[in-house]
Design a protein around this ligand. Structure first.
Ligand SMILES: Cc1ncc(COP(=O)(O)O)c(C=O)c1O
Length: 395
């Protein structure tokens, strides 16, 4: 029997006319290539390739990732109790700190109950694949975060997407479909656009068509004028049809996520949420740190700083092609992928780190610079960014 040819690593090489399974991925065009940018963060600065750049690219909106009190809480908990939880919460990884944090979040956000999950991605994928199946219909805003889309796909539910924030189109879809189990799904503050869902309008439709409403407010909690987020701003938090997801990776400066809803919903998730049941629990020290972070978010001092920074930037950059956003996410619309990369590179050369966001993260033809503001930015830093943007865009 003929022996297969092998390469220097001992792997079988394919015949010239056979497809080679090792060349799995087609090369990504330069204008769409993503790259890691290993860096160290230092307050509102980023140290990247030995250069100190002003960081306008972080979701650490309140600066809590570098807050001394939060770091001390994490360090003390690690020194006292160790690092990892060692198992899923349903085996031996549960910890009192998780229960304290869940109770505090439910009370603060105005929901009956809360469940911690490993990350926002795990929360959304797990939640939708747990709640929905092929007998269910999911209605999703076109600009929802990828985790909501992936969860909907994994669930096997029939998926309908409506144009961004277009409640007319959503109402038509709901009216057209036969009655049955339905979930409407939307970001709260949209992650790449910075605009906000109409929670009241969505609840109205959920009531009219007997649907549940899932709102992922990863970017709204801690950052909006009411730090409890968009559902509180629109006085809908705790509504029995509403399920809310929040994350610790953004305004809380940590890592992980939480789901809020009724007792019945959360108890159902404790029994069935596969991304929690079959996954190692968060490090307990992280829960201790997030209890400390929550104390600071509740005070609202950092959120008020952030709000002032947003108003300052909007006023200074009013003549730039900014998207209509009043949140900490201030996209500067460019359109062309290569131009977005060029502007990002010129900004880096001038000492500012702002990422160029391109398809498939955003729809084709809508490349942008995603400027994110933080409570840590000083007025002078914000003025410097606005001035540099004007010079670069006029060139
Ligand atoms: C709206 C939204 N939901 C969920 C996630 C995922 O959360 P995590 O980073 O905790 O996985 C993100 C972003 O990272 C997001 O922007």
């Amino acid at each position: 029997m003929a022996r297969p040819k092998v390469d220097s690593r001992g792997m079988a090489s394919s015949m010239p006319d056979m497809p080679d399974s090792r060349n799995w991925f087609a090369p990504t065009p330069d204008a769409l290539r993503r790259a890691f940018a290993a860096s160290r963060r230092d307050g509102s600065w980023l140290v990247w390739r030995q250069r100190r750049l002003l960081n306008f690219a972080s979701n650490d909106y309140l600066g809590l990732a570098v807050c001394k009190g939060v770091r001390r809480a994490a360090a003390e908990a690690i020194l006292t109790h160790g690092l990892g939880s060692g198992a899923s919460r349903l085996v031996s990884g549960d910890d009192l700190a998780f229960h304290h944090l869940e109770r505090a979040l439910a009370e603060w956000k105005g929901y009956e109950d809360c469940l911690l999950v490993g990350s926002g991605m795990l929360a959304n994928i797990g939640l939708l694949s747990c709640l929905a199946d092929r007998h269910c219909r999911i209605y999703a805003d076109r600009l929802n975060h990828a985790s909501l889309l992936d969860g909907a796909r994994l669930s096997g539910a029939r998926l309908r997407r409506y144009a961004h924030r277009d409640l007319h189109m959503l109402a038509k879809q709901l009216a057209h479909d036969p009655p049955g189990r339905r979930i409407i799904v939307s970001d709260g503050v949209f992650s790449m656009d910075g605009d906000c869902a109409d929670i009241r309008g969505l609840i109205r439709l959920a009531e009219q068509y007997d649907a549940l409403l899932l709102i992922d407010d990863a970017h709204g909690i801690g950052t909006l004028p009411d730090p409890r987020g968009l559902t509180a701003m629109q006085r809908q938090a705790g509504h029995p049809r509403l399920i809310e997801v929040g994350t610790f990776g953004k305004a809380f400066g940590g890592y992980g996520a939480f789901i809020l809803g009724t007792h019945a919903l959360i108890e159902g998730l404790r029994q069935r949420l596969r991304t929690m049941i079959y996954s190692t629990a968060l490090p307990p020290a992280l829960a201790d740190a997030m209890i400390e972070a929550l104390r600071r978010v509740r005070k609202g001092v950092r959120t008020r700083h952030l709000q002032r920074n947003i108003a300052r930037f909007r006023a200074l950059a009013h003549d730039l092609p900014l998207a209509p956003s009043s949140t900490a996410i201030q996209p500067l619309m460019v359109g062309d992928n290569e131009r977005a990369l060029r502007i990002a590179s010129k900004l880096r050369a001038s000492g500012f780190y702002v990422p160029a966001i391109r398809p498939p993260t955003v729809p084709s033809g809508t490349a942008r610079l995603r400027i994110t503001l933080s409570a840590l930015h000083t007025p002078a830093q914000i003025e410097a960014l606005a001035a540099r943007l004007k010079i670069i865009l006029q060139a």
